[in-house]
Design a protein around this ligand. Structure first.
Ligand code: PMP
Length: 439
């Protein structure tokens, strides 16, 4: 289950400033106890711009955490596109709409040619849910293999394959979890071996595999940009009749950086990846797709959508409506026009180098503007309390971070993509000060 994190603990309500405490109390009264707030002292933002957020008192925060406003908070081109379409018309996908078809063509042009169809949803959870339905129909299988601390969303089906949400013991009967591929140098696990063993176990139980479903940057498993064994794992699943679903909800839309402008938007395309034959059968995308406007999708091989369509029609009331499409098209245009994947590569590289030189940093992993920073405590071993204190001290200095991985000993750095060198310098300066204070 979810362990201790950087979330606010309501038993400390009385320690908050009076105004904040009042709003938190009213919020819990109406939203109930399942919701979480970040940080020991929750924060209320009223405005955002690029990678910068401002609270009610005008305090200026650096956002090094939020990947959804991917082209920057309140990007004027995305705002204008949403406003223009909303002021004119908003219907749904049961009417012809030229902009929807044009966006689908544009989006698909960024994927390998074999991924020729896109189906729109509102959330990443729905996208994974739909991808699993398609995989199950197309393969006749039901077994799903995921990684140990994976998060794929909140529907009943998808929560059942999300151990970071429900725990290994809460997985659906047809789901199995394997360790994320960690390089041998880190004492890691070979995902291929684990997947082969799991396929054997499913076979004994009479469960045919439908899919291997992985986040291609293993975000909730602690951010692992290297993928030892994944190609073999995919091959083993395919041999057993299953499909490979790449969950690109976190790594997608250029976050991992691209050295060639606009050339690489997807985690499964990382250098060497294609050559390894890890081309997915289905891809799920979401979060940054509409820069905060709800739009997500499944991208699929046409044979798979055909198998699905032979059994079922598809309609999602809000999924891919004209306003959502306007937001998504503007987001994709800005991503390319401002070469944000290139910026992610450049700034991310320098940021990673800077962090490597700081005390208490054991390892910096990552690609582009998605970094996982393993911290160790004063005794040189991973220390959850220490890492959570660092995140909180950074929040007090108005820099937003979080943790990743089941042990909460990895800092997660995943800012809006216009994060520039000055932003990186501010983060480095504050992190250096926080860590220096802990010697
Ligand atoms: N997949 C991954 C890898 C995610 O990180 C998330 C959201 N954190 C989802 C799926 C679900 O997306 P949503 O919250 O839009 O349903």
């Amino acid at each position: 289950m979810t362990g201790p994190t950087t979330y606010f603990d309501p038993t400390h309500l009385d320690e908050l400033p009076a105004k904040t405490a009042d709003l938190v109390r009213r919020r819990i009264a109406v939203l109930g106890p399942a919701y979480r707030l970040f940080y020991r002292e929750p924060v209320e933002f009223v405005r955002g711009e690029r990678a910068h957020l401002f609270d009610r008192d005008g305090n200026h925060y650096l956002d090094a955490y939020n990947n959804v406003p991917s082209v920057g908070h309140a990007h004027p081109r995305v705002v204008a596109a949403i406003a223009e379409q909303a002021a004119r018309l908003n219907t749904h996908t049961r009417y012809l709409d030229a902009a929807t078809v044009a966006y689908a063509e544009d989006l698909l042009s960024t994927f390998p040619a074999h991924l020729g169809n896109v189906m729109f949803t509102c959330t990443g959870s729905e996208a994974n849910d739909l991808a699993l339905r398609i995989a199950k129909v197309a393969t006749g299988g039901t077994g799903v293999i995921v990684t140990w601390n994976a998060y794929h969303g909140v529907t009943t089906e998808v929560a059942g394959v999300s151990p970071s949400l429900v725990g290994i013991e809460g997985l659906a009967p047809w789901a199995r979890a394997v360790r994320a591929p960690v390089p041998a140098a880190d004492g890691g696990a070979d995902i291929a071996e684990a997947v082969r063993a799991t396929l054997g176990e499913l076979e004994i139980l009479g469960l045919k595999p439908a899919a291997l479903l992985v986040d291609t940057v293993f975000a909730s498993d602690g951010v692992h940009p290297d993928l030892p064994g994944l190609a073999e794992a995919v091959a083993a699943v395919r041999k057993a009749g299953g499909l490979f679903i790449a969950d690109e909800v976190q790594p997608g839309f250029g976050r991992l950086g691209s050295e060639v402008p606009g050339a690489q938007l997807w985690g499964f395309e990382r250098p060497g990846f294609g050559k390894l034959g890890i081309e997915p059968d289905l891809v799920t995308i979401g979060k940054p797709m509409g820069n905060g406007h709800p739009i997500a999708a499944v991208v699929a091989r046409p044979e798979l959508t055909a198998a699905f369509a032979a059994r079922s029609r598809y309609f999602n009331t809000f999924g891919g409506n004209p306003v959502a499409i306007a937001a998504a098209q503007a987001t994709l245009d800005v991503l390319r026009d401002e070469d944000l994947p290139g910026n992610a590569a450049r700034v991310g590289r320098r940021l990673a180098e800077g962090i490597r030189s700081l005390p208490f940093v054991a390892e910096v992993r990552g690609s582009g503007l998605f970094l996982g920073v393993d911290l160790v405590g004063p005794d040189g071993t991973p220390d959850e309390g220490f890492t959570l204190d660092v995140v909180d001290a950074m929040r007090q200095r108005r820099v937003l971070l979080a943790t990743a991985g089941s042990g909460n000993t990895t800092l997660k750095i995943r800012p809006p993509l216009p994060f520039d060198h000055a932003d990186a310098d501010r983060l480095l300066e504050e992190l250096a000060a926080v860590l220096a204070g802990r010697r």
